[in-house]
Design a protein around this ligand. Structure first.
Ligand code: PLP
Length: 363
């Protein structure tokens, strides 16, 4: 049975998985400081160690390569700090773009895929670091990161990859990608908010700007968020199988809107879709009233919707961009959720445009 409210905004935050909630509660009840040598301290340390293995296991890393952080934003900031000349893709998350405001931006094509020829050209000037996300938060488009690494390596550059949206949805393998730094966030895969990790390949340099303790092998000072990390570990393990595209495919086949990035490899859970003639904010509010949560524009961290820089970088015209919403499924999405979305979308479209879209695209 579908829930009374359908949540299709997993790329913003995925609901907490029951196993993650259990791990959080258990760790909070147990307490203890993982740096203490007594029994409660050692138990807290054991929770951290377990979670470190679970998170490392999700991305094919060594546990010692995992540095727990307060989330994806901190992981991105940490990875990008102190490198000198940096190249970033134009469609990175704000936490990358604002961490290195002077970085040169690499363009993407109409499908949101990185322009590798421009990357190759700019690599000739020997940047220290290249940062390219694995999957985009708005469109779900998956970048050719292994190819980016091959080109960057040849030019002697390090590579950072924001895998916040990819992890737990598609396979992510640190060694297969070959990157030096990989950012993760627990709340995108069914863990709690406020916890994440930067995976730092053994031997890669890491500049740290906070001092005060030897936690995380001197890479991030401060007593660890044991409960959050325990929840992150449980969610990481539970999301190892990733997601399948069946529900996304069903909704895309049933709605007539244009799907942005449709010509590129994409995450199995994300649709960035324009409803012709209906502003995104109107759609989000109307769908919310109909009991369906989706989002407009980018992450809206300030609570207000601004024009999508990602769609602009893809060359999507303003009229199309203003009508684009993001629908993102997740670990607990069921067929009935998609049916509710389709019905609500259809009712809105008919009401606003006085036209019936059934049959506009084969359902
Ligand atoms: N990177 C990407 C691609 C994201 O989508 C997000 C969250 O929206 C972040 C980084 C930031 O992660 P966090 O919310 O854990 O700081």
């Amino acid at each position: 049975m579908a829930a009374a409210y359908t949540y299709l905004d997993h790329n913003a935050t995925s609901p907490l998985r029951p196993v993650a909630l259990d791990a959080v509660v258990e760790a909070l009840q147990a307490g203890g400081n993982p740096s203490s040598v007594h029994r409660p301290g050692r138990a807290a340390r054991a929770r951290l160690d377990k979670a470190r293995k679970q998170v490392a296991g999700l991305v094919g890393a060594l546990p010692s390569e995992v540095v727990f952080t307060s989330g994806g934003t901190e992981a991105n900031n940490m990875a990008l700090r102190g490198h000198g000349r940096v190249l970033v893709s134009a469609i990175e998350h704000e936490s990358v773009l604002r961490a290195v405001p002077d970085a040169e931006r690499l363009p993407v094509d109409g499908n949101g895929l990185l322009d590798l020829a421009t990357l190759e050209r700019l690599l000739a000037a020997r940047p220290a670091l290249v940062s390219v996300m694995l999957a985009n938060n708005e469109t779900g488009v998956i970048q050719p990161v292994a190819e980016v690494v091959r080109l960057a390596r040849a030019a002697g550059a390090l590579v950072h990859c924001d895998a916040v949206q990819a992890a737990g949805k598609v396979p992510v393998d640190l060694r297969g990608l070959g990157v030096d730094y990989l950012s993760l966030s627990a709340h995108k895969l069914g863990g709690p908010t406020g916890v994440g990790a930067l995976v730092v390949r053994a031997g890669a340099p890491l500049a740290t700007d906070r001092v005060g303790g030897g936690q995380e092998a001197w890479r991030r000072a401060g007593t660890e968020n044991v409960a959050g990390i325990a929840g992150f570990g449980a969610a990481a393990e539970a999301s190892r199988d990733g997601l399948t595209p069946a529900l996304r495919d069903r909704l895309e086949a049933s709605l007539p809107g244009k799907v942005h990035g449709a010509g590129a490899p994409r995450l199995p859970n994300t649709s960035c879709l324009s409803m012709p003639g209906v502003k995104a904010e109107t759609q989000v509010m109307a769908l919310d009233l109909a009991g369906v949560a989706v989002s407009a524009g980018s992450a809206c961290s300030s609570g207000k919707v601004s024009r999508s820089a990602v769609l602009a970088a893809m060359g999507v015209d303003i009229a199309d961009a203003e009508t684009a919403i993001r629908i993102s499924c997740g670990w607990n999405t069921v067929f009935e959720d998609i049916e509710r979305l389709i019905a609500a979308w259809q009712a809105l479209y008919t009401r606003v445009t006085y036209s019936d879209f059934s049959g506009a695209r084969a359902a």
